[in-house]
Design a protein around this ligand. Structure first.
Ligand code: FE2
Length: 386
């Protein structure tokens, strides 16, 4: 054995040790978000919206034509982000009850794992409520193992083990060939997904992610951090072992008027996903394109940009361009981030999207969180629900 291969073996050995150590610490290794499924009133039209307005591409479909007589699902994808849009065919289906209660919203946040059975066992033995025990499904492209547990409200987590599958999405889906293929708008991956939970339950759900799923608390915002003269919120950001999954959990805080988190809970009919943050490498391009396609964003007060230079220091982007597009900037110890928030993507003031570009910053800017809170409160006042 020559010295070079020795060196390689030593490196592999060390890597192995680190890996075992990491896995021993992390009882729920997650490779990333597998997909997000939304239950919606009209999946065909929702899919068209996400293609046109957000730049997603058609991937797969199931429905009457594929032998599914209960519901149809359209799968759209942009880089690492996969959305599934599902609509039931009949009023007495459980999905119909979900839509009646919540309107359009996130049902499933699915995790890509190497071993779905193990993920299910590790979490349920630590107290997670089972929705579906591990189940293997297959077609000619191979097999997938799925298992599902409950989280806040009617939202669920599905573990997806797809190492023995070569198909486009999941067994039961066929390729969705479309003549309408708008180009990508530069969205890359899901950065984080936020849950709004009932008053007094933030700690319970942060503990659920800590104890049942092995997540850590990255940062906590209290009602003094994020507030206006009328309302406030509290938030705990939970993250998994490799940092690829980040879930801030918000709860309303007591204030003089109704908090925007309470407004969400009223209209959604309980706890649920408040926003999906998606990352881009070029936020100026992404937001220019999304605005051209009709996506509406929250208004950032012009005065925000008067002090932004002082707060965040030097940045590569032109401040006037950011101002014209309504993109916000914030900084932490490691760098800065650029972000912007859409208005709700359905008529109920519930789910919205965030577009984020991280330039070193790994955290969540407190300044922008506050600016977002104020922008939503201004919208809330227009709706007469403050
Ligand atoms: Fe966010």
């Amino acid at each position: 054995m020559n010295s070079q291969s020795n060196l390689k073996d030593i490196k592999n050995f060390n890597y192995g040790i680190e890996k075992i150590f990491d896995e021993a610490q992390d009882f729920l290794p997650i490779n990333g978000t597998d997909y997000v499924e939304l239950y919606v009133g009209n999946a065909k039209q929702a899919a068209h919206f996400y293609k046109t307005a957000f730049g997603f591409q058609s991937v797969a479909y199931c429905g009457l034509e594929t032998g599914n007589q209960e519901f149809c699902s359209y799968v759209v994808r942009q880089d690492k982000i996969t959305l599934v849009l599902t609509t039931p065919y009949h009023a007495d289906h459980t999905i119909s009850e979900h839509i009646k209660k919540h309107g359009d919203g996130v049902k499933t946040i699915a995790f890509w794992v190497n071993d779905a059975k193990q993920a299910y066992q590790e979490t349920t033995q630590r107290g997670a409520i089972s929705i579906m025990p591990p189940k293997e499904i297959q077609d000619k492209e191979g097999s997938v193992v799925l298992a599902t547990i409950k989280t806040y409200g009617d939202t669920i987590h599905t573990f997806v083990e797809r190492k023995n599958y070569k198909g486009l999405f999941l067994p039961g889906f066929q390729k969705w060939e479309s003549e309408y293929n708008p180009p990508s708008k530069g969205l890359k991956y899901i950065d984080h997904m936020v849950g709004n939970v009932e008053l007094g339950t933030m700690k319970k759900w942060a503990n659920f992610y800590a104890n049942t799923m092995g997540f850590a608390n990255l940062i906590t915002f209290d009602d003094k951090d994020i507030s206006t003269q009328y309302t406030a919120l509290m938030s705990k950001v939970m993250t998994n072992g490799n940092g690829r999954i980040k879930f801030p959990i918000n709860e309303p805080a007591q204030g003089l008027k109704k908090s925007q988190i309470e407004e969400y809970l009223d209209f959604y009919g309980g706890a649920g996903c408040q926003h999906i943050a998606v990352a881009t490498d070029d936020i100026v391009f992404t937001i220019s394109e999304m605005r051209k396609s009709g996506v509406e964003f929250l208004h950032v007060p012009g005065t925000y940009y008067d002090t932004v230079g002082k707060r965040v220091g030097d940045i590569a982007e032109d401040l006037e361009t950011l101002k014209s597009l309504g993109i916000m900037v914030d900084r932490d110890d490691e760098g800065y981030l650029l972000q912007i928030f859409t208005k709700p993507v359905e008529d109920r003031p519930t789910l919205f999207f965030e577009i984020i570009q991280r330039k070193g910053a790994k955290s969540f800017g407190k300044g922008n969180f506050q600016a977002l809170f104020e922008s939503i409160e201004a919208e809330q006042a227009k709706r007469g629900t403050l």
